[in-house]
Design a protein around this ligand. Sequence first.
Ligand SMILES: N[C@@H](CCC(=O)N[C@@H](CS)C(=O)NCC(=O)O)C(=O)O
Length: 132
Amino acid sequence: MIYNSHARGTLNSAMKGSAMASIHDQIQNVINENAVVLFMKGTPQAPQCGFSGQVVQILNHLGVPFKGVNVLADGELREGIKSFSNWPTIPQLYVKGEFVGGCDIVREMFQSGELTDQLGKAGVPAAQPARG
Ligand SMILES: N[C@@H](CCC(=O)N[C@@H](CS)C(=O)NCC(=O)O)C(=O)O
């Protein structure tokens, strides 16, 4: 009985590990295939959280095409993106496969002009300057 329960626990945790690996693979594929990816709550057209909405507004203001990934559509994705990035919250912005940050970081980088610079260096020119 004790042995069986231990075996079941081991199997469950192995299954959880493999589901997480699969989610991480899916996340890696999305960020490989799209220069700018925003993991967010809701969609770019209808954000379901103010923090996600702010990052959408900034990217739209800069004229940056991006892929929005709605983490509310999938609980495993919502947790998987946190462990993938080692970042506890959503939204999360990726540019050319690199984690940029969440709402606070993106907003600060936008205000300083650093976001436009980083996008330009990554070959994703913004349509409008950050200041002006
Ligand atoms: N200070 C954060 C704000 C984002 C935040 O606090 N997000 C929360 C509430 S939307 C979150 O993702 N919590 C974990 C969860 O909902 O799974 C940032 O700069 O991005």
